[in-house]
Design a protein around this ligand. Structure first.
Ligand code: ZN
Ligand code: FE
Length: 258
């Protein structure tokens, strides 16, 4: 049974590691830095077998070159994007990333919006979604439209409710502050926020999050559930358009200062 770990990197990134301590192998997702991965591998005597990359931002791929040189046998999976060098396997929606050790198989999901080539990996009950879905939030729209991001989030929300959501950043409490302005009386959101506060107070990650809990509490997965009067509409919004509901939430979050 592989074990999952969130390796902290930089200010608030997580590098996800899935290790088979019996076989002494591990895969990592989005190693923005090499050192946290090298430390974790050394501590448990593990060899790196695969790297899964979700998008080209430096805080997600910055450690790839160093890890590839130290572990030349490791397979690097990445989306079709020339801004990500060194990939062995370019994968797109519907492809699978099959890893021999730890034994794992992930389905590749296209989740454009944060960037124009962002992908997610779903398998083994886990979702590695990079900067697309955060707990109680979602990624910023750097290279995509609200409609694209909404389609990506719809795709992730359709996965089984017990999926463990492994996000790229520890943003949960900051996201909760905004989410509570939209749905101050959402019981699932209040519960999730209290739980996340306790986790942070103990110095623990708030992740992974259970997808069903996110669907109940995360405003960006609740575009259809939030009452009209609670959507922070902008003047130019077309209130009958679903993507405008999402865009209103995303824009309000962009401009939000706690
Ligand atoms: Zn990013
Ligand atoms: Fe990031």
């Amino acid at each position: 049974m592989p074990s999952l770990r969130a390796l902290p990197a930089f200010h608030d990134n997580y590098i996800w590691m899935l290790a088979d301590t019996g076989a002494r192998t591990a895969l990592v997702v989005d190693p923005g830095a090499a050192q946290p991965v090298l430390d974790a591998l050394e501590r448990d005597g593990l060899t790196l077998s695969a790297l899964l990359l979700t998008h080209h931002h430096a805080d997600h791929i910055g450690g790839v070159a160093e890890l590839a040189s130290q572990f030349p046998g490791a397979t690097i999976f990445a989306p079709h994007d020339e801004r990500i060098p060194l990939a062995h396997r370019r994968v797109a929606h519907g492809d699978a990333a099959q890893i021999d050790s730890p034994v794992a198989r992930f389905e590749v999901l296209e989740v454009h919006g944060h960037t124009r080539s962002h992908i997610a990996y779903y398998g083994e009950g886990l979702l590695f979604c990079g900067d697309t879905l955060f707990s109680l939030g979602c990624g910023r729209l750097f290279e995509g439209t609200p409609a694209q991001m909404l389609a990506s989030l719809d795709r992730l929300a359709a996965l089984p409710g017990n999926t463990q959501v492994c996000c790229g950043h520890e943003y949960t409490l900051a996201n909760a502050t905004f989410a509570l302005t939209v749905e101050p009386d959402n019981a699932a959101l209040l519960t999730r926020t209290a739980h996340a506060r306790a986790q942070r107070a103990r110095g623990e990650p708030t992740l992974p999050a259970r997808l069903a809990d996110e669907c109940a509490a995360n405003p960006f997965l609740r575009v259809d559930a939030i009452p009209d009067a609670q959507i922070p509409w902008s003047a130019q919004a077309n209130r009958s358009r679903r993507e405008d509901r999402f865009a209103a939430l995303r824009t309000a979050k962009d401009n939000f200062r706690a």
